[in-house]
Design a protein around this ligand. Structure first.
Ligand SMILES: Nc1nc2c(ncn2[C@@H]2O[C@H](COP(=O)(O)OP(=O)(O)O)[C@@H](O)[C@H]2O)c(=O)[nH]1
Ligand SMILES: [Mg+2]
Length: 193
């Protein structure tokens, strides 16, 4: 299966702005700078659908993209940017909670972590949250072009152990730079919509 077309629909602050057509949603979340915008652009074959930015922490809204006129990709605001104030963090939490708490059409949450590093406490909490709300997760270890072949196994083990990865979720390495994992991830996400 392929992503044939993708269209930006809305940047939502409040639930009243979320799409109301009940199409299936696949959401993406991760630390600022984890490579979320790049990943969304890569798998949709678009250069600037999701903005990639040198200033992490800028995307603070929930962005909905309609894919193949059939389902939504939901770009959730990133977390873990050091310069963000306590008040901003609370705003982020409130926005996430409102979305996650009651979204039956949300089928999968894709959690991006940097393949080079041990997941942060924020990553661990995010994964716990995803499971707490009962969603399926796909863990994507990004920027895999930055690690050596010999490191893949070891890094996968560290990521899974740190997150307390559950065997019924999925894990994949991905690179927006060399497109590694692109077909497999696309298949994972949209094969049984
Ligand atoms: N080497 C490498 N760099 C990447 C990759 N994906 C993203 N980046 C870089 O990482 C930075 C953050 O990417 P971005 O997609 O904006 O991350 P976001 O904040 O999670 O949306 C940018 O400088 C990207 O060019 C990748 O697969 N490989
Ligand atoms: Mg981004």
């Amino acid at each position: 299966m392929m992503i044939k077309n993708s269209e930006f629909i809305i940047s939502a602050v409040n639930p009243s702005q979320y799409p109301t057509d009940n199409r299936v949603e696949i959401a993406f979340v991760g630390r600022s700078n984890a490579g979320k915008s790049s990943l969304i652009n890569t798998i949709t074959n678009r250069r600037k659908l999701a903005k990639t930015s040198g200033t992490p922490g800028k995307t603070r809204l929930i962005n909905f993209f309609l894919i193949n006129d059939e389902f939504y990709f939901v770009d959730l605001p990133g977390y873990g940017f050091a310069k963000v104030s306590k008040k901003e963090q609370e705003k982020w939490g409130g926005m996430m909670e409102k979305y996650l708490i009651n979204r039956p059409q949300l089928k999968t949450i894709v959690l991006l972590v940097d393949s080079r590093h041990k997941p942060t406490q924020d990553d661990v909490h995010m994964y716990e949250w995803i499971k707490h709300y009962g969603y399926e997760a796909v863990i994507v270890a990004t920027k895999s072009d930055k690690i050596k072949r010999s490191e893949f196994k070891k890094n996968e083990k560290i990521i899974k152990e740190t997150l307390k990865f559950r065997g019924d979720d999925k894990f994949i390495f991905f690179s927006s730079l060399n497109k590694a994992g692109k077909e497999e991830l696309t298949e994972m996400l949209i094969s049984d919509i």
